[in-house]
Design a binder for this molecule. Structure first.
Ligand SMILES: Cc1ncc(COP(=O)(O)O)c(C=O)c1O
Length: 457
């Protein structure tokens, strides 16, 4: 395929981007597989083979920009982000060395500074493979702070333990697993209305110290995955500071409010934390992935990533200090920051803030409808997350209520009416609605509710 043929194909892809279609193909695994194949080819298939494959892919993949796509914290990408992804591919480089990625390094550095400025941080950090990886970076920096030199020596016989709320994301368990302390070393603190209980946290830290364990990180969540709750960041910073423990904030979901004058207060106290995770690929519309790990103390990153000294041959240009590979766990790394850069230029801080506010308007609207509808019970509403249950029929057990939820969710998804998650909250299975992309407007929320009711019929 030559570049002219590539241009032709790109044109076709853009036409598809601008079209509306069914949310999913309705095909099963084998049917999708036979549509997509062949997967390899002995002989060159040229542009026609590629074109067939692209058509099959577009036909069989989920349209996450659909107004009924409510399953995730993201949806269709902003046009500027799509273009940014493309230029990242066209100049195909890696972020490890300034020499091979001068402009991308500057863009990434400036994006880190810009996010930091919104958060009241000094402006250090690195783009990562996602919120999960950013949380893991928080764990690693906290370990290095608690046990200086442990990037080289390991943790020896120290019984490190971490704390996060009972409702924090499973990537926190992943971080404990990946850094070798095991998920049993993650102590999950009970919540009140989805927020970590600061008094219970304080007690748990004291108990851990009395047991001879070494508390090294408290991870609070700004926007929990199911309920959308924001932990009290000030109260948790008070406790972390009193005990000399690292405080990391998982703002992968709720961090988007940094752009909104109206909702920024939800992150009050963030500026006191030691580090935080921030995903631009969720409510802000950057395409997958566009995530940053931001830290107060510039010095901790090279210490935590001291193993990169072994890769010194990569950074040996005169601008070694500028090479971001020295502070990243990755060697090859895409220029993901370009997606936030171009989207920010396109929409402005104002436009990104409006994007967030209109998502929250839609969720508020849906929550009000649910609250005033006798067939539904509003189990919880916080941020963009609206958790819904059917009002119990007379004599209905909790288990029967759970079955109604699961059945309705499956009917919605199988029929292609909408894709939404169910999840357990306070022991109950609930439908979790979130508005996280602009196609989900008030009309889409109303249609979702009426489809949900029909699915229970
Ligand atoms: C609160 C929270 N933290 C972290 C993550 C993980 O983010 P990512 O999918 O970018 O790894 C999620 C994902 O939804 C999340 O809800």
């Amino acid at each position: 395929m030559d570049s002219e043929e590539m241009t032709q194909l790109l044109h076709e892809i853009i036409l598809d981007y601008n079209q509306q279609g069914a949310i999913h193909s309705g095909l099963d695994y084998d049917e999708i597989k036979s549509f997509l194949g062949p997967f390899t080819s002995e002989d060159p298939g040229g542009v026609s083979a590629v074109e067939n494959a692209i058509r099959a892919y577009l036909k069989t993949s989920v349209r996450t920009d659909h107004p009924a796509f409510l399953r995730a914290f993201w949806g269709g990408s902003e046009p500027a982000s799509v273009v940014a992804s493309l230029i990242s591919d066209i100049r195909n480089t890696t972020m490890h060395s300034y020499a091979v990625a001068p402009s991308a390094t500057i863009v990434e550095t400036e994006m880190i500074k810009a996010i930091s400025e919104l958060a009241g941080f000094p402006g250090y950090g690195i783009f990562t493979t996602g919120g999960s990886n950013s949380n893991e970076m928080g764990f690693l920096c906290a370990r290095e702070e608690a046990l200086p030199g442990s990037s080289k020596t390991g943790i020896g016989n120290e019984r490190l333990c971490a704390f996060s709320s009972a409702e924090s994301h499973y990537s926190v368990d992943a971080a404990a697993n990946m850094m070798g302390i095991g998920t049993d070393s993650l102590i999950r603190i009970p919540c009140v209305d989805g927020k970590m209980d600061p008094a219970a946290l304080n007690d748990a830290i004291i108990e851990a110290k009395e047991r001879g364990d070494c508390p090294f990180i408290v991870l609070s969540t700004a926007g929990t995955t199911v309920r959308g709750a924001f932990d009290d960041l000030d109260a948790i910073s008070d406790i972390a500071q009193a005990h000399g423990i690292w405080h990391h904030v998982d703002a992968a979901w709720g961090g988007a409010v940094l752009f909104s004058k109206k909702y920024k207060f939800l992150l009050d106290g963030l500026e006191r934390a030691d580090s935080f995770s921030f995903d631009a690929h969720k409510m802000l519309g950057s395409s997958m992935v566009c995530s940053a790990f931001i830290v107060q103390d510039e010095a901790i990153l090279p210490l935590t990533m001291a193993h990169t000294n072994q890769g010194d041959y990569l950074f040996d240009d005169p601008n070694r200090e500028l090479s971001l590979g020295r502070i990243s766990p990755q060697c090859g790394r895409r220029a993901d920051a370009l997606k936030l850069w171009l989207t920010w230029l396109d929409l402005g801080t104002k436009g990104l803030g409006e994007r967030v506010e209109s998502c929250l308007d839609v969720s508020n609207h849906l929550a009000n409808l649910v609250k005033n509808h006798e067939d539904f019970t509003l189990v919880s509403h916080s941020f963009s997350n609206v958790c819904i249950r059917f009002t119990p029929q007379s004599g209905e057990t909790q288990e029967e209520g759970d079955i109604r939820i699961r059945k309705a969710r499956n009917i919605l998804e199988n029929s292609g009416k909408s894709m939404v998650l169910d999840s357990v909250l306070d022991g109950l299975l609930v439908i979790r609605f979130t508005a996280s992309h602009p196609s989900v407007d008030k009309a889409a929320a109303e249609k979702f509710l009426s489809d949900l009711l029909d699915a229970d019929a």
